[in-house]
Design a protein around this ligand. Structure first.
Ligand SMILES: [Ca+2]
Ligand SMILES: [Ca+2]
Length: 203
């Protein structure tokens, strides 16, 4: 499954490891705490050589398994998550953290795409959410798939929207848990509390 247009071979060979020669050549420039492969990917994605990755550069670098570009919402969400400088773009350190984040979600996507169709069906999403610890109905998963299927495509969620959906679910669940102090599974919210939770947590 392709994920990145740029340096795709390097990405796919992650588990095989890159030639030692490359690491010997570039390892001296890599700051501590930055993944060497993230460092290499950063050089490819930072096309204007600004030292930062902006939304446009990120969007050009990320692809789904059907070769469609990542959607704007997911790219923006990821930049917001890893923009440590609060400047609307990622530096090398934020980008390295994004690399780890992408590795984890990509592996989960492949694990839960049980029929290897390249997208997550309602049933696959239901199994994924159950294994992630969510107690949600199959109907809820079907609703999510309908909501996040690209218009005109067959039902299913691509990697970008899978990451978006799961990250938003995590975030909203956290809002709920913070208020469900007695862990009863239900909370009372004022209208403005509800809106505040949505506004501050939905990225
Ligand atoms: Ca740049
Ligand atoms: Ca599938």
């Amino acid at each position: 499954m392709g994920i990145f247009k740029v340096s795709q071979n390097a990405f796919l060979s992650f588990s095989v490891s890159l030639p030692h020669l490359f690491f010997c050549l570039c390892v001296g420039n890599i700051p501590p705490g930055v993944n060497p492969e993230a460092y290499q990917w950063f050089q490819s994605v930072d096309t204007d050589r600004s030292g930062f990755i902006n939304l446009k550069e990120l969007k050009q670098a990320l692809v789904n398994s059907n070769w469609s570009s990542f959607n704007d919402e997911t790219c923006l969400m990821m930049i917001n998550m890893f923009d440590k400088t609060r400047s609307g773009r990622m530096d090398l350190f934020g980008f390295s953290a994004l690399w780890d984040f992408m590795q984890r979600w990509r592996a989960m996507f492949q694990q839960y795409d049980r029929d290897r169709s390249g997208c997550i069906s309602g049933m696959e999403l239901q199994q994924a959410l159950a294994q992630m610890g969510y107690n949600l109905s199959p109907q809820f998963s079907e609703t999510l798939v309908q909501r996040f299927t690209v218009r005109g495509a067959r039902p299913g969620i691509q990697l970008d929207r899978f990451i978006h959906v799961c990250t938003q679910l995590q975030s909203m669940t956290q809002v709920f848990r913070e208020r469900d102090t007695s862990m009863t599974g239900s909370i009372r919210l004022s209208y403005e509390d509800f809106l505040s939770g949505a506004v501050t947590r939905l990225m």
